[in-house]
Design a protein around this ligand. Structure first.
Ligand code: ZN
Length: 270
């Protein structure tokens, strides 16, 4: 079975369509959404419709989904751009989409798959914390009872593995360094136009905590849409980077009169 796992689409329909056509070419069987389908970009309703039309194995709620679908004006930790985008998003979503987003759980274990999903962190998902280092990963692993856990929220791909048994001298948790390579480098333009992928072989008895990156607003200076495929037959995780029509996504942001910064950051990948 092939599962496509993605997060932080953020209403970027061009990026989502590019990812989904790649999934078709890869013959993905089922889809898993890690939240923040809406917010920031210009097609929230269309992205919710597209996600709901997929064969979903699981879906969890992100903070932007939460704020766009509840009746409160409170948006903890949001800067003015994110806040403006949420207020605009609320005006774009129909009642059915709002109810669907509001109904999503904060974390979920998908039966028969060995997969747990969360937008932020397993230890306290409602606090919308981030996993940036091995200490955050350690907190998360103590609440992870399946071999695989997928998360999003930071828009920066990062992955950790926890070994089954350790001697006193051995570190139990390692960052899988090549998963997040390039995160501090700018990519040259011709590299940005090609697809690229990174693979991990899943070892039995190990636990993996994997941030899949962002489809619709990548922030590791690589503007290409990021997502992951888990192949449960050959036991691999592959993270793809897919080019998409950034200019079209930008023009829609400007047409909707959303903050200009939301358009410029797409090309910079930050
Ligand atoms: Zn997000």
């Amino acid at each position: 079975m092939k599962y496509a796992i993605f997060s932080d689409i953020h209403a970027n329909l061009e990026a989502l369509n590019a990812v989904l056509s790649k999934c078709e070419r890869l013959r993905v069987d089922k889809y898993i959404s890690l939240g923040d389908i809406v917010g920031y970009n210009a097609n929230p309703q269309e992205c919710v419709d597209r996600i709901r039309s997929l064969d979903l194995a699981g879906a969890v709620k992100g903070n932007h989904d939460e704020y766009a679908s509840n009746n409160s004006q409170e948006m903890e930790g949001f800067n003015p751009h994110a806040r403006d985008a949420i207020l605009w998003t609320k005006s774009q979503l129909n009642e059915e989409s709002r109810q669907w987003l509001a109904s999503l759980p904060l974390r979920s274990t998908i039966p028969q798959t060995g997969i747990t999903i969360v937008h932020s962190t397993l230890d306290s998902p409602e606090a919308w914390g981030y996993i940036f280092d091995i200490h955050h990963a350690a907190d998360n692993f103590s609440y992870q009872f399946t071999p695989l856990c997928f998360c999003g929220h930071s828009h920066v791909p990062i992955a950790f593995m926890k070994k089954p048994v350790t001697s006193a001298s051995e570190k139990p948790i390692d960052e899988i360094m090549h998963w997040s390579h390039k995160r501090n480098e700018s990519l040259v333009p011709d590299v940005v136009d090609v697809e690229d992928s990174i693979m991990i072989d899943i070892k039995s008895g190990y636990k993996y905590l994997v941030n899949v990156g962002s489809v619709g607003q990548p922030r590791n200076r690589d503007p290409r849409a990021s997502f992951v495929v888990y192949d449960s037959v050959v036991n691999t995780l592959t993270r793809y980077r897919i080019p998409y029509d950034i200019e079209l996504a930008q023009s829609k942001i400007r047409e909707a009169k959303l903050p200009e910064r939301l358009a410029t950051r797409l090309l910079l990948g930050n």
